[in-house]
Ligand binder design. Structure first.
Ligand SMILES: [Zn+2]
Length: 251
């Protein structure tokens, strides 16, 4: 079903309309245009903070104050970011009844800020803090201030409700994501090569269950060669804009 000479945007729009029940799987690439750097690569968070020292559950339990040097930067970056045209495009597609859910690996909350209603957060989000000793929860806004380490009423250091290396994926999010993958008509993968487990299972599950896979990534990925039916090469916002235009013309 790989598209050769024809217009891939038109083909993708037709798939979305014909098959219905599209689900999006998003990753860091969709938030880059909102100023949130990807974790990987020299400019990413992991170029500055060694993830083994700053992003594992073990590191947090051992020295939470040190790990908060990195977390504070994440809270600041996420808190100051606004949804871009790609987030808004996905929310509009949900409003139009084309997309029914977004599964995201991002923790920035930008899909909800753009207006998406059904968002499955694989890796949690930065908007909530929890105590791993007494399990009390707080909003980040009520407990965190720049330069300070947020504390629970019980005196322990709070952890953001995000998945660190060594943390399990929230089981409900995983169940819901796999159910969406099994029952969607089209899976639209945006801004991720979906290589990290268990997000990497989603395109495979969708494909094996009979869904078409549309990929929106600037570069070719391992998905493009293995599971993608139509690869729309370009930035997430530009490709979604073209796709919306095509859909509003009637697919
Ligand atoms: Zn506590």
């Amino acid at each position: 079903m790989r598209v050769g000479g024809s217009d891939p945007i038109r083909e993708a729009a037709r798939l979305l309309v014909d098959r219905r029940n599209a689900v999006a799987l998003t990753g860091a690439g969709i938030s880059v245009e909102s100023g949130i750097p990807s974790f990987r690569g020299a400019q990413g968070m992991w170029g500055k903070y060694d993830p083994m020292e700053y992003a594992t559950l073990h590191a947090f339990m051992k020295s939470p104050r040190k790990v908060w040097e990195m977390l504070s930067e994440m809270v600041s970056v996420c808190g100051g970011a606004a949804p871009n045209a790609a987030h808004k495009g996905l929310a509009a597609l949900e409003e139009m009844g084309v997309v029914r859910a977004v599964i995201t690996q991002n923790v920035d909350g930008l899909h909800q800020a753009a207006g998406s209603r059904r968002v499955i957060e694989y890796h949690g989000n930065m908007e909530e803090l929890l105590c791993v000793y007494c399990w009390k929860r707080y909003t980040t806004r009520e407990r965190w201030a720049p330069g300070a380490v947020p504390l629970c009423d019980c005196g322990e250091v709070l952890k953001p409700n995000v998945v660190l290396f060594g943390d399990p994926i929230p089981w409900l999010a995983q169940e819901q994501a796999e159910e969406e993958a099994r029952s969607c008509g089209t899976l639209v993968v945006i801004g991720t090569s979906a290589q990290v487990s268990p997000a990497c299972d989603i395109p495979r599950i969708a494909k094996e269950s009979g869904a078409a896979v549309v990929e929106i990534n600037p570069e070719e990925t391992s998905l493009s060669r293995n599971v993608t039916d139509i690869h729309l090469q370009g930035s997430a916002s530009e490709v979604l804009r073209l796709l919306m235009e095509e859909l509003s013309r009637g697919g």
